[in-house]
Design a protein around this ligand. Structure first.
Ligand code: PLP
Length: 388
């Protein structure tokens, strides 16, 4: 039976084993064994041999993750950065060139410039991916890959995945989409033409801020074979306990995303009207430059909002330190609301001049809107703005 998204999010990978000797658990056990016994030397009896190579709890999660992105394969890793590292080391070799958005998760930027460029001679260009023409112009003879985040972090720019994939395909360039902000609940990059999806499961997929993990999702058998080999060879796998937590978190993904989206929509309109707010960046707002595109390529706008307050750095600090329900913390995607200051927290590794050039000003604030009662969130924001 072909299940729909919300049903898959609960059932795929956790089908109860009702065969003789099976326990019938409706929740997959946390398989802690590091090794698995076999009857014969030349083949693993159960299919499992050593837990780094494959583990039944992780396999259940990988099966579900693939099902949620409508893909054939998924691989789970110890963090989003571990997934990105394995993916890039698998797909690239010295001398290759990669196109990245100019506004990007800070850790991805660090991996690319401080490890892959420095030690492996891989070249990177940053492009504003909200202009597909600029992608075409940035492709070189040695370009192997385009790395897309949409919406971007923290400026919430939207990239047309379909248009970018079309340009890339003509030049045999692979398209990777970091789908952490939207999740497959709202956006399916593989359906829009991308080749590979990555996630930090730390964020919305787990959703409860109590596990760090990542994954790679794709349908190409050839690339999957290489990635699976390297997952084992490099060893940065997701633990059985974390796999269980993400399996558990995913069951409520659809209801959580709906509420994140609803709360963020209400809060962004509220911020837009606030006297002390200079500008609000949220794809759900009609005045967002790519609002129509966001509506077309995704079925929701997500729970992330960025905005600028009047009063510069002092104003931003005062606002953030006055919040009571929003915790002042990095990360995102949990049920609880978080607020942060990109210039001094998540994006502080980018030099100030560069930060300002791309639009990450000292008065920019990023919110991860949780699923609390919206009236409390509004009141918290209202009171903190009142302190400016
Ligand atoms: C957090 C994050 C990552 C990195 O994931 P970790 O689990 O922290 O290693 C990558 N991309 C995006 C968009 C993120 O938000």
């Amino acid at each position: 039976m072909k299940m729909r998204f919300e049903t898959r999010a609960i059932h795929v990978g956790e089908e109860p084993n009702l065969r003789p000797g099976g326990s019938g658990d409706v929740v997959v056990p946390i398989h802690l064994a590091s090794t698995f016994a076999r009857r014969e030397t030349d083949k693993p009896t159960s299919g499992y041999e050593y837990s780094r190579t494959a583990n039944p709890t992780r396999a259940a999660l990988e099966k579900r993750l693939a099902a949620l992105e409508d893909a054939k394969f998924a691989l789970a890793f110890a963090s989003g950065m571990a997934a990105e590292t394995v993916l890039l080391l698998t797909l690239l070799k010295p001398g290759d060139h990669v196109i990245l958005s100019d506004d990007l998760y800070g850790g991805t930027k660090r991996l690319c410039h401080h490890v892959l460029q420095k030690n492996f001679k891989i070249g990177f260009s940053h492009v504003d991916l909200s202009y597909p023409e600029d992608i075409r112009n940035a492709i070189r003879r040695n370009t192997k890959l385009i790395w897309i985040e949409t919406p971007t972090n923290p400026l919430m720019k939207v990239c047309d995945i379909k248009a970018a994939s079309k340009i890339a395909r003509k030049k045999s360039v692979l398209v990777v989409v970091d789908n952490t902000f939207m999740t497959p609940c709202f956006q399916k990059p593989l359906k829009l033409g991308a080749d590979v999806v990555v996630h930090s499961t730390t964020k919305y997929l787990n959703g409860h801020s109590d596990s760090v993990g990542g994954c790679i999702i794709l349908s190409s058998e050839e690339i999957h074979e290489r990635l699976k080999f390297n997952q084992n060879a490099l060893g940065a796998i997701l633990s059985p306990f974390d796999s269980y937590l993400v399996l558990r978190g995913l069951k409520t993904l659809a209801v959580r995303m709906e509420k994140h989206n609803k709360n963020a929509m209400t809060l962004s309109s509220f911020l837009e009207k606030a006297r002390k707010v200079k500008k609000v960046l949220y794809p759900g707002l009609e005045n967002h430059p790519q609002h129509e595109l966001a509506k077309k390529q995704a079925s929701g706008f997500g729970g992330m909002i960025s905005f600028e307050v009047y009063g510069g750095l002092r104003g931003a600090r005062r606002f953030l330190e006055s919040l009571k329900i929003f915790s002042l913390a990095e990360s995102l995607g949990g049920v609880e609301s978080l607020a942060e200051h990109p210039a001094s927290m998540t994006h502080s590794s980018i030099p100030k001049k560069e930060r300002e050039r791309i639009g990450i000003s000292d008065s920019l604030i990023r919110l991860s809107v949780g699923i609390e009662d919206i009236a409390d969130l509004k009141e918290d924001i209202h009171n903190a703005l009142g302190r400016l």
